[in-house]
Design a protein around this ligand. Structure first.
Ligand SMILES: [Cu+2]
Length: 124
């Protein structure tokens, strides 16, 4: 059986592409609690971020800032001992209403670093 050249090319391309994806399996944000861009009425006591890859705990970070750019997290960011893809940080109790910015840095076990930020709003 003779394979059409374009089909062969597509096959090689897809093999290469899947290979590249395995090599560069970075930790991307999968979901967060409070959710990205959400408005919540219950005061969160933690920010949790689930990633697509297992994390290298010592190098990961979550920081939470007020609209006035004041850091309010408790500086206790850690990978959940039960779940190597979950990063969490504590917040002070009774957060004031307002919009908060979450800045994260994740280092996956393959040592690739990804960063990102998002906001959530605590309703008054
Ligand atoms: Cu990677």
């Amino acid at each position: 059986m003779k394979m059409h050249p374009s089909l062969l090319l597509a096959l090689i391309g897809s093999l290469l592409f899947s290979g590249i994806r395995v090599v560069s399996a970075h930790a991307f944000l999968e979901k967060a609690d409070p959710a990205v861009g959400s408005e919540v009425s219950k005061r969160p006591t933690q920010v949790k971020i689930w990633f697509t890859e297992k994390l290298e705990g010592a190098l990961c970070r979550i920081q939470v800032f007020t609209a006035a750019n004041q850091e309010i997290d408790r500086h206790d960011c850690r990978v959940d001992p039960q779940n190597p893809t979950l990063l969490e940080v504590s917040l002070p109790p009774d957060l004031a209403a307002g919009t908060y910015q979450v800045v994260w840095k994740a280092v996956s076990v393959d040592t690739h670093t990804t960063t990102g930020k998002f906001t959530f709003t605590v309703k008054g």
